[in-house]
Design a protein around this ligand. Structure first.
Ligand SMILES: [Zn+2]
Length: 325
């Protein structure tokens, strides 16, 4: 027999939406369905019929579940979510961490090949370190490899094209210079630092803030590893050679600015030194050391303690060679 299921269902939905259901449905639905609205469908209808018959025998009907039970279930789901989501998030971050460390490992091999061909000398921090009259003064230390900068950054800042980057002959996979967790830096460097500068990692050259302005701390705060011999850093296994651009404590005017990528709940958001302490995320960065090993370091404690002194040595790392007095 040919039936037309559209009309009855449509009519029922329309009535339910406006809260006017047929009398027989309305009484049952309000009694047995905790949300007060009939869901429709034959299976649910059969359940209503069963309950109606049950009541007809004089036994009190038992609702499917009470409001208390519903709240308990919601509370259990919320507790499980709060326990499992960080673990899931961490599991999701693991491939990022592994890829990032593999990138840095490749860059470390490329750097070793470069240094072997340049009389054991690291690349320069900028063009002026090679020639003070150079124009433009390319900031090589912020882009030792990777791909071309975006047209906006070619015009606004001194970033060299990919073909003029010191490590590109030695690390030909340009994506090796993209941190997989790179989500940019503030509103301008979106969607990633790599998409703007062509490189997510920064060579450990010019030091920031106090370390640059107040001489007497570091031996060479202007260029640090730039153009130094391989033997210059005092502890190669602890001396930072490259790290992520985002986590470097940039001194923008009067305060330190920083962002997080790995495992951050809001990656790319910029904090200044005064608001950083309110953030609950950890401050993690992949780091390549002078001896060629790479590891992810947790800078949370040292940066939150005093962002202006964030380049002080940690357990596993050091940023600069102390000036001998
Ligand atoms: Zn990374």
């Amino acid at each position: 027999m040919k039936t037309n299921p559209v009309k009855p269902v449509g009519a029922r939905v329309a009535r339910a939406r406006f809260g006017v259901a047929p009398k027989s449905l309305c009484s049952d639905s309000l009694f047995s369905w905790p949300f007060g609205v009939s869901p429709g469908g034959s299976q649910t209808g059969a359940r209503w019929l069963g309950e109606t018959a049950h009541r007809a025998r004089g036994t009190p009907a038992v609702p499917a579940f009470t409001l208390i039970e519903l709240l308990v279930v919601i509370a259990i789901i919320a507790i499980l979510a709060s326990v499992l989501l960080p673990a899931l998030n961490k599991a999701k971050q693991q491939p990022h961490k592994a890829k990032c460390l593999n990138n840095l490992h490749q860059i470390g091999i490329g750097m070793k090949l470069y240094v072997n061909e340049t009389s054991d000398t690291f690349p320069p921090g900028d063009s002026w370190q090679l020639d003070p009259r150079a124009n433009p003064d390319y900031w090589h230390g912020n882009a030792l490899g990777g791909t071309d900068p975006s047209p906006v950054f070619i015009a606004r800042m001194n970033y060299p094209a990919a073909t003029n980057r010191f490590l590109n002959r030695y690390v030909q996979a340009r994506e090796a210079f993209r941190c997989p967790a790179d989500r940019g830096f503030g509103q301008i460097l979106r969607p990633s630092v790599f998409d703007n500068l062509g490189c997510s990692y920064r060579f450990n050259w010019i030091l920031e803030g106090d370390y640059y302005q107040n001489s007497g701390v570091a031996e060479d705060p202007a260029y640090n590893l730039g153009l130094k011999k391989e033997s210059w850093p005092p502890e190669p296994s602890r001396f930072i050679m490259m790290q992520e651009m985002g986590l470097y404590p940039w001194n923008l005017g009067t305060t330190i600015h920083i962002t997080q990528w790995h495992g951050a709940s809001n990656p790319g958001r910029v904090f200044d030194a005064s608001t950083l302490k309110e953030d609950h995320d950890r401050l993690l960065s992949g780091v390549l050391f002078v001896d060629g090993h790479s590891q992810q370091c947790d800078f949370t404690a040292i940066i939150k303690k005093n962002a202006l002194r964030a380049l002080e040595p940690g357990k596993d790392w050091m940023w600069y060679k102390p000036l001998k007095r």
